[in-house]
Design a binder for this molecule. Structure first.
Ligand code: HSE
Length: 309
């Protein structure tokens, strides 16, 4: 490890679940994300020098980037320390993979400093440590797409089996983030622990349809398959105007619509930028009318994932 060497990386925001794929499917956005700088230091400690953007713990044991680095140091038997600075571009509790971006950035940066002993896919397991700290559950449907780019399917958690799916070229995402905070941990707690066979059949039909639609660039099939009969009915009550937004965007350019991750953000997929912008206008009108602060992001599916800057 070269003492004093600095690595700077960008890790994108992401949309997890993609409606029917609870905990198993996600994709990253373009343009929005976290920047992390990591420097190897002689002292064998992890020091978080600064966090810009949002108020988050500087204690490495309580910080998602800190725990990712700690696990990597332990597994790789690294004797030096690290100093990190984080510039947050995603609000925690937004449903846009804020903790995942920091965790992905930390895993990517330390792997680079260590001379790339692991592949990007192998880093997913480290980034999942950050998710475990953030929400109690080491889910991979934000960190895997944030690291790898494109759609990512988590076929299995034990053993971890991660499959990257090439996004159709004309697929755009629009995400509206109403400024209320929903903690992933809380929004997982309200979920039912059991589901009926009837609902399971509907859900896995849709997951299979969505994956097929992505792989064959069948936009209509993608739209038809974006149905979540298990999680959305429970969580959507936490999101202001969810039903109205969904009904309106489906009439104004969206192929499908759902909750981004654990919410409160709502996302849509559209064919082409014009449709995605129509969705943006529709979302804006609804939230402007009720006086909730919000921001809206329109982007293509990010194919690059976490990278050096
Ligand atoms: N799959 C996770 C959940 C994503 O829905 O709880 C959290 O962003």
């Amino acid at each position: 490890m070269e003492i004093g060497k600095e690595i700077r990386v960008f890790a994108p925001a992401s949309v997890a679940n993609v409606t029917c794929g609870f905990d198993i499917l996600g994709f990253p956005l373009s343009g929005t994300g976290d920047e992390l700088s990591l420097i190897a230091i002689e002292e064998p400690i992890i020091r978080i020098k600064s966090i810009e953007g949002f108020d988050l713990p500087l204690d490495p044991e309580k910080n998602v980037a800190g725990v990712v680095i700690k696990k990597f140091i332990q597994d790789m038997n690294i004797k030096t320390g690290f100093e990190l600075s984080l510039k947050k571009g995603i609000k925690p509790g937004s449903g846009m993979g804020s903790s995942a971006a920091s965790a992905a950035a930390a895993a990517f940066a330390i792997n680079e400093l260590a001379g790339k002993p692991l592949s990007t896919k192998e880093l997913v397991k480290y980034a999942m440590e950050g998710e475990k700290l953030a929400s109690g559950i080491p889910h991979a449907d934000n960190v895997a797409p944030a690291l790898l780019g494109d759609f990512v399917l988590i076929r299995s958690y034990e053993p971890l089996d991660i499959i990257q799916l090439k996004a159709p070229e004309e697929l755009y995402c629009t995400v509206v983030h109403p400024h209320i905070q929903v903690k992933t941990e809380d929004s997982r707690m309200i979920l039912k622990k059991q589901i009926s066979l009837k609902k399971a059949i509907e859900q896995w039909g849709n997951v299979a349809g969505l994956i097929t639609g992505i792989l064959t660039s069948d936009y209509q099939l993608i739209g038809r398959s974006m149905q979540d009969v298990i999680i959305e009915p429970v969580r959507s009550i936490l999101i202001p105007k969810f039903k109205e937004v969904k009904e309106s965007v489906l009439k104004n350019g969206a192929l499908g619509c759902g909750i981004s991750g654990s919410g409160p953000s709502i996302f849509t997929l559209s064919k082409g930028e014009r449709n995605a912008r129509n969705v943006q206008d529709t979302m804006r009108k609804i939230y402007q009318n009720i006086g909730v602060d919000f921001d809206i992001h329109v982007s293509k599916i990010n194919k690059q994932g976490t990278h050096l800057i």
